[in-house]
Design a binder for this molecule. Structure first.
Ligand SMILES: [Zn+2]
Ligand SMILES: [Zn+2]
Length: 140
């Protein structure tokens, strides 16, 4: 896993500093993680890691487009390693985020929606809010 992280950093022309590798390993492990979650686990590996360091590294990795911010209603943003565009299922109760594929149909529907608008579309962000399998009431 560490090697994969080093490869990703290399791809972006970035040095594999211990801070970056640790932060990205935590995000990779969870798929999506917010600053507090990253800090909590990163600190276990590097006791000297401060919240400010996590914040600074995450912000710069977002600026380099290596990380993507997933902005969430009512919860702190989570971060994920940038990959192919996809959508998210977001639990309103616990903030759990799950990836779902962004299908070609959704993408073409979205381009239909903006037809005739003087707008240059770049990304589609689609979050579907609801209750995850842990939080939804069981029917039994
Ligand atoms: Zn939940
Ligand atoms: Zn995602």
């Amino acid at each position: 896993m560490q090697n994969r992280i080093v490869d990703i950093l290399k791809e972006y022309g970035l040095k594999a500093t211990p801070q970056r590798v640790t932060i990205l390993s935590v995000i990779e492990k969870h798929g999506h993680a917010n600053i507090d979650e990253i800090y909590k686990e990163a600190k276990e590996k590097h006791t000297t890691m401060s919240l400010a360091t996590v914040y600074k590294n995450v912000t710069s990795l977002v600026a380099m487009k290596l990380l993507k911010e997933v902005a969430l209603n009512n919860f702190k943003s989570k971060y994920e390693i940038n990959k192919i565009p996809h959508s998210h299922l977001v639990c309103k109760n616990c903030g759990e985020v799950e990836d779902i594929d962004l299908t070609n149909e959704i993408e073409s529907d979205a381009s239909k929606l903006i037809e005739g608008k003087d707008f240059l579309a770049e990304d589609i962000e689609l979050n579907i809010y609801g209750l995850c399998h842990n939080c939804k009431p069981s029917l039994t």
